[in-house]
Unconditional design. Sequence first.
Length: 697
Amino acid sequence: MPDNNIENTEHKNPFLEPYGTPHDTVPFDRIRLEDFEEAFMEGIRRDNEQIDKTINNPEKPTFDNTIINAEEDREGYYDLLSRVSAVFFNLLSAETNDQMDALAQKIQPILTQHANDVRLNKALFERVRAVHRRHRRLTQEERRLLDDTYDGFVRSGALLDDEDKERLRKLTEEASVLSLQFSQNLLKENKAFRLHITDSEDLDGLPESATEAAALTAKEEGKEGWIFTLDYPSYSPFMTYSTRRELRRQLYMAKNTECTHDNSENNIEICKRLINLRREIAQLLGFKTYADYVLKHRMAGNRKNVYKLLNDLIDAYKPTAIEEVKTLTAFAKKREGIRFKPEPWDFSFYSHKLQLSKYNIDAEMLRPYFELSNVIKGVFGLATRLYGITFKENNDIPVYHPDVKAYEVFDEDGSYLAVLYSDFFPRKGKQGGAWMTQYQGQWIDRKGVNVRPHVSIVMNLTKPTEEKPALLTLGEVETFLHEFGHALHGMFANTRFESLSGTNVWWDFVELPSQFMENYSVQREFLSTFAFHYKTGEPLPEDLLKRIVRSRNFMVAYGCLRQVSFGLLDMAYYTLKTPFEDDLLKFEKKAWAKAMVTPQLPDTCMTVQFSHIMAGGYAAGYYSYKWAEVLDADAFSVFKKEGIFNRDTARRFRDEVLSKGGTEHPMTLYKRFRKGEPTIVALLRRNGIKLGKGKQK
């Protein structure tokens, strides 16, 4: 976290000089809050200087003096603006405060204006267009960079007339500010809620892990009793285990009405405006809808293919989902009486009871075997077994919070591969959820030096308590594997240009490496390497392991339709051709009705907290998770056939998918690995769904 209390009158802005740290990692311990604004403004100045140099170059525009300049001119301090932006906006998600939030509101419009200045610079675009029309013979990667650069200008308004360019500026600047405000509102609303329990009887049903964590939260806040929050490690166990139905209702309604209240954190009008801004931007650029604009650069290609996937999944999974809900309802009524009406805050509670009765398994049974340090060894060990890479913690690499650890990653030949940061636990200034990001991308400089990436995985897992270490659920292990898959995609990057390296791929391809790794979470051979009881050291019992596998598809159809419903909601907003003026809450209920198999409450709202499609880059792209799930199941079927730890198969996956970034069309990369076309069959088989409609993608 930026230190504003450093007693040093000779402080130098660390962004403006070589870092002098291991692997040139970010010197978090030397950064002050005021350093950001100075570095942002200097970065913009350097950008403008480089653009002027390119524009005023008297030589004829060529690929080397126009396109490569923007990518490879990283002498001295590299690309300062990208450098400071990566640090600032990553901290804004992982370790923010009121001062950082205020600076973000100030700097975001400036950055958007600068981005527009670059993309709408007529003279610069004319040079790019000239190269696009006539150029030397290019490599595959160079051709991809040229096409992406040209198309980036066009998609940013370079072909518009002056009046429309000015209109586009205003729309994009407003959208960037509102996206930021959306995220800040959601974080504040999430962190503001507390369920404070002082009567121990209200803890009935809760596992020891949940009550210990709640007691620690209360103690940290100087209060007696137990405090439960809306952070997933606190919220989920309460909804699953608490016998206090009224308290479950309070917590559920707090979570599902976030940012709908009559206060400064209300996101309803922000969402409506963002939906309309994006539609206007797309239509200004010549597209009918924002989805049409987005899908031009996606594997899906168009709305028709997205809806085909979603509808195929509904056709395949809905009959099973309906039966799952009927079974759950009957189970609840048998326990509570025929007149009992299950409500949404009852779903997790009775699902857990039903799973326990069917398979004699629940998350708490597994926690003792998933101690975080052992899970880390297991996940890192999986990467070693598949790819030969190794990890070594380096305490000399600065970090931004004591929870964060930094690792050096070495390739199978012992050479340095990457830096990996891990940040596992929730805290006050941290967004909810889990994500992978990077502080430095990978590229090969003019001298042929392969500059290696600095990757970070950020999660909100169960914290250690005063009595116990961090003990995870199987779901949290899956989350770790998911983000680690993204990290591998970043760490294995091996391309010439940074804008094409690592996770810089189309959004409906980026989830393949992450979701692929989740497949290992229920593989006996993987669990046996690290799942040992944190007290006794005993391995996960074989009988418990079998029950995990047998219960793997419990409520799987319901879970699938939940994801599909989010995809339908996303597409409903971004396929609009006319201004959105509806009641947001009612529109939401109607948009995803086809995928719903349980009643919806009128006052709840997903949209106002749906960061993926409002502030996270997944607008008109949430379907990507299901699209990539088809690919990940298909890809893992190859490993199952050839051996889930087969080094040759893993090498092919690394070489053809993980290391290539966006240098080629993603389907070309996938088919080269797969040696054929992907289908939905492997996903249906994995989920135990009978093959029927929609069995081909």
